[in-house]
Design a protein. Sequence first.
Length: 515
Amino acid sequence: MSEDITSTGPVNRGDSRWSVGRILDEIGLVSLWETGPDSWLVLISRTTRMFAYGSNGIFIALFFSELGFSDFKIGLFMTLTLFGDVFLTILLTLIADNYLGRRNILKFGSIMMILSGLVFIYFENYYILLFASIIGIISATGGDFGPFRAIEESILSYITTTTNKKNSKIRSNVLSWYVVTSALGSAIGTELSGKLVNYLSQKPNWNNIRAYHTMFWLYVINGTIGLICILLLSDRTEVNPNVNGKQQLKDEEDSEIIENQRLLNEDQDDDDDNDGNRKSNSSTIENIPLSSTSTINPPTTTPNGDTISSRSDSKWSSRLSQISQQTRSVMFKLWPLLAVDTLADGMVGYALTTYYLSLKYKLSNSLLGDITSISYFLAAISSIAAGPLANHLGLINTMVFTHIPSSAAVLLFPLPSENNLVLTIILFFIRTGLNNMDQAPRAAFIAAVVPTNELTAVNGITSTLRTLSSTVGPTITGWLAQGENFWIAFVAAGSLRLAYDFGLWALFVNMKINQ
């Protein structure tokens, strides 16, 4: 009998088929195959989006500089754009599961991405572009902010859990490939962008500004491809596949009076159990369940067998209250650390970093594209190892020990002189090549300590806090750059990142979780 490639039984080292299967299993491709077409569509959508973000992230600061915007206005633009992302993330992720559905939110985001790209093709006015960025979706920093990532990670965590609940590796492996394909998309986008801008700007009657405008067609095209992928997703991606937008909201409003009356009738009985519930809420992290039930609201069952709350309040604030005390006890420690990390990332985002390289070394768009593209390819390669490392070292150890060298590279980035471009590029490669290795373990860690029916809301809050904390970073850096102190941003950011790394390890390294 031939051995299954996912087996952990005895090894037949003479069987080349087992060797190939073992390699595919270790790097997570077997897990990705087992989760099915929905996960592939999510990865394709993410890859095309990051292609778009990479293609405009490399030149957006240079584009604004060509239009005559000051360094401070460039930083302010990025800050206000991130504030717009915060608003969208809060609004959309908190209503995704129980009101509109995950796919509808992703469709809306893709449409807004397309419309924003069209504005950047035809307009040059600072305030029009700013308006389009705030209410739409433009990656001002080259990173993936907004509602997409929180919902996509929730979808992948959900479908990997329902695919094989006994295989703890599937979730971390698939999330690793989510990061890998993202880095590949960014790498190809930056490489193509640098070459195309350099080629177009040298054509007769063309200049850099016209070339930059043209590049936003890539943004629109990739947004359209992402929209097609989302349209092909199945009901399996929804926690509650019966969500039908306005009709669902109407049904909930009609039933709310009856539900409230039932809860009032239960209040007396619930009061008798309060002391016992308080004791159970103080349980350790080892007892955090991966599916949540409520002592107040009777659960219903999804087609995949997971329980969800049958009550959906009409106010958005109720979504926050539905996050259990056990979940909050963990996330209230993790969220401040993530805020520190993303504040640092906001100060030295890739768009600002390439702008710094252009100012310091007078690099061409083509060379900037080559450097950035290689760094993203390194990130993709290293991210493949994130899943196996997490399986062997643990999630927290993988997050910390792969992130520390990247943080140190940020701290040292401004150290080389203007005549030492090679050392600067090496530090940039170290930073970018290792920077993404903590993303999949972090998503897997959150999925391990958060119940399925709370995951989209928690990921949404996490994404919101990360985006919000990063908003002030570009303005700080813009102010420093205008005062000839651009280098201070990298020193401060590297120090903050190292503080995040050591804090994460100190608080969570000994925590036992359901992986």
